[in-house]
Write a protein that binds this ligand. Structure first.
Ligand SMILES: C[S@@+](CC[C@H](N)C(=O)[O-])C[C@H]1O[C@@H](n2cnc3c(N)ncnc32)[C@H](O)[C@@H]1O
Length: 413
């Protein structure tokens, strides 16, 4: 394995739609040879950079270190090629392993079967040499190996992250439909939030968007609360180098108190959000209000006059949660944004295309993303100051055919 100073190629995996953000993050962190792919970005860096990438990248799911690429046409070929790698360079017979396999190929159909075949090749190598074999541990292995098979090309990588990097380690409490932390960070970065203007999540659930925002604003590394990264059990792990990288990153944490506010209608879920905020030590920055979004008065909670407030919300989609009438809910979201959020930029992520139309406001940007398996749109609505005035006018003349004026104002950037 490499010494701390030699550069080598790596691949950071991410979610669809976050590749540009990840490439930017890698550039700012100091990676070289950055190339974007579908749901991944390849780059080069040394061992210290690999530690830093795991600790700091907000939009990466895993950092893989490729060790061998070869072509295969059947499972036996995979077994043979995996057997040619000297696995004692990476683990001992008393260590444990797990193998993940991602597949995009007409030659093969079952990723689990291929992972099994590769595991056989590794353990058979140890058994032939030592008369005993390493065990499999799917949760916390000493070495997590990744196979990526595209057509007939197989890349074998070591997974330096271990557990997926979206598992930040701060969220102890979750509601029914929490958003993945990597996606939450992606939404905030895609929104272009300036880290200073007030930020509101009016349907905050367990508080993920708020906590990710506070961590971004205060430079808290995304992996600060994680107990462990995969590379810590590698044979070539350098604890002193990791300490240096970790301390340099936490030296950059700032303690500016932002105005980040979450609103949640269900008291038990609001309590969960509060517990998560405490767990991530951002309670000075993030405030949780138990209320309906429709009753919440944002301007009573925004005291800063600098910067345009930003709203980022992940309402129920009507898939995993079942509000009685999802279209009615979305119509009321649109109405509340118009009534109470004039002067803000509002972003809404949803997979429900039909319900989206019921918002009754015109999106000025639409970004395609995935929330788990659900294809989503992340929509931007610029709630112009004029909207509030028009709304007032509408209230004063209730019989007038109304919405057209509001729509027209909102559609004009
Ligand atoms: C999809 S979940 C949000 C998940 C959140 N992003 C997280 O990471 O946990 C939607 C949340 O909106 C809340 N909600 C629904 N209607 C609401 C309303 N009128 N006002 C405030 N919160 C509401 C639900 O209770 C639920 O917790």
């Amino acid at each position: 394995m490499e010494t701390g100073t030699a550069n080598y190629p790596m691949t950071a995996k991410t979610q669809y739609g976050l590749e540009d953000l990840l490439a930017d993050e890698l550039k700012r962190l100091g990676a070289s040879a950055i190339v974007k792919h579908n749901r991944a970005v390849s780059f080069e860096g040394d061992k210290g950079f690999m530690y830093k990438a795991n600790l700091c990248l907000r939009t990466a799911l895993r950092i893989l270190k490729p060790i061998k690429t070869f072509n295969i046409v059947n499972e036996e070929g995979l077994y043979r090629e995996i057997g040619k790698i000297n696995w004692e360079d990476y683990m001992g017979v008393d260590d444990t392993l797990a193998i993940d396999c991602s597949l995009n190929s007409d030659f093969f159909t079952h990723s689990q079967f291929l992972a099994q075949k590769a595991k056989d090749a590794v353990v058979d190598q140890f058994r032939n040499r030592h008369g005993k074999r390493p065990s499999v541990d799917l949760d916390q292995p000493t070495l997590r190996i990744n196979l990526h098979i595209f057509k007939n090309a197989c890349t074998v990588s070591l997974d330096s992250s271990g557990e997926s990097l979206h598992k930040r380690g701060y969220r102890t409490q979750t509601n029914l439909a929490p958003i993945n932390e990597v996606l939450a960070a992606g939404l905030i970065l895609l929104s272009g939030w300036d880290k200073r203007s007030p930020l509101i999540d009016p349907m905050c659930g367990s508080g993920t968007i708020l906590i990710e925002a506070a961590m971004i604003a205060n430079n808290i590394p995304s992996g600060y609360f994680r107990k462990r990264f995969g590379f810590e059990s590698w044979k070539d792990f350098e604890p002193a180098l990791w300490d240096t990288i970790f301390n340099a990153a936490i030296d950059k944490i700032s303690e500016e108190n932002q105005q980040i506010t979450g609103v949640e209608i269900i008291p038990e879920i609001a309590e969960m959000a509060k517990a998560n905020v405490l767990g991530s030590k951002v309670e000075d920055t993030v405030k949780i209000v138990c209320s309906s979004f429709h009753d919440f008065e944002p301007w009573e909670h925004i005291t800063k006059t600098t910067g345009k407030p930003i709203v980022i919300m992940n309402p129920p989609y009507g898939e995993r949660l079942e509000p009685e009438n999802i279209k009615e809910l979305y119509k009321s979201i649109g109405d509340t944004l118009k009534k109470k959020y004039a002067g803000c930029d509002a972003w809404v992520i949803t997979s429900n295309v039909e319900a989206m139309k019921s918002l009754g406001i015109h999106a000025t940007r639409k970004i395609s993303l995935y929330n788990g398996p659900l294809e989503c749109k992340f929509l931007k609505f610029s709630m112009y100051e004029g909207t509030r005035k028009v709304h007032k006018l509408k209230k004063e003349t209730p019989n007038e055919e109304n919405a057209a004026g509001e729509e027209r104002i909102e559609e004009t950037p």
